[in-house]
Design a protein around this ligand. Sequence first.
Ligand code: GDP
Length: 295
Amino acid sequence: MFDELTEKLESTFARLRGKGTLTEADIKEGLREVRRVLLEADVNFQLTREFLERVEGAAVGVAQLRGVNPAQQLVKIVYDELTKMLGERREGLKLSTIPPSVVMMVGLQGSGKTTTAGKLARKLKAEGRQVRLVAADVYRPAAIDQLETVGQQIGVPVYANRTTNDVVRIAREGIEEAKRGRDRLVIVDTAGRLQIDADMMAELKRLKEAVRPDEILFVADGMTGQEAVRIAQGFDEALGVTGVVLTKMDGDARGGAALSIYGVTKKPIKFIGVGEKLDALEDFHPDRMAGRILQ
Ligand code: GDP
C-alpha cells in the first residue's frame, strides 16, 4: 500500500525529484496538489486545512535536508500525518472480562447495521467466542427476519420477541437468555430511521441505560461522504459512541468519510465493510486507509 501511495505521489512530486534541496516554493506546490487530492476524496475542508498546516510545519525541516531524496521524505511526512489523522493505531473491540459483553449497533436505516451485526457475530464466533444476536429493530418487521436469516447462515442464535415493541424488554430478555446459554457476547441490533430523530435517540438512550453496553458501534455508510460526519456527531452527542464501522467501502468511497469522521469525533474506526457477504468485514488500519485516500 505504501508503494502504491509513493507511486501516486511521485508523479505529484516528479518535478522535485533529483533535486538536492527542496525550496519552500517546491513544498508549497506539492502541498497544493495534496490538498486537491484530499478535497477530491471528500475530506472535510477544515480538516484538510489543519492537516496541511501540520504537514507544512514538518516539511520545513525537510527543505533544509540535502542529499537524502527530499521528495521521498515529503511523501512520507504526508503519509504519516494522514495516518495520524485516521487514528494512528488500530483499535479493536474493548470487551469486559465478565460475560456476557454487550455490543450495541446504532446508525441510520440502510447504513448496513443489520448486515454488520451479522458480520461481527461471524467474526467473533470464528475467534472462538460464543455469540448471540438480539433483534431490537422492531419497527421494520423485515429486520427481525433479516437478522434471523443471517443468524442461520452463520450458525449464531438470534433472540427475537415479536409480541412486543418494547426494545428495552427485548434486549433484557436477550441478555438473560445469553446468560442462561453461557454466551460470552451479545450483539444488539437496533432500529434506525432515515434521518436522526428525537424519538429514535430517546429510545436508544433508554436501551443504553438498560443494557450498559461495552461498545456502542456507530455504523456509517462510507459512500455518504461528509454527510456521515454530521450524522456521526449526532449519534455521538446523544449516546457517546465508542467506535465506528464504515460500510460499503468496496464501492467508490474514496475514504474521505473515514478521515472526516475520526477527525471530527475522535472515535476510532474499528472495522470496515467491504461487501454484502457476511465475511466481508475487515479490521480498520489507519495506515492502509491513508494509502487508499492518496491513491
Ligand atoms: P440497516 O438498515 O442499517 O440494517 O442496513 P442493512 O444491513 O439492511 O444493509 C442495507 C444494504 O446495504 C443491504 O443491501 C446490504 O447488503 C448492503 N450492505 C451492507 N454493508 C455493505 C458493505 O460493506 N458493502 C456493500 N456493497 N453493501 C453493503
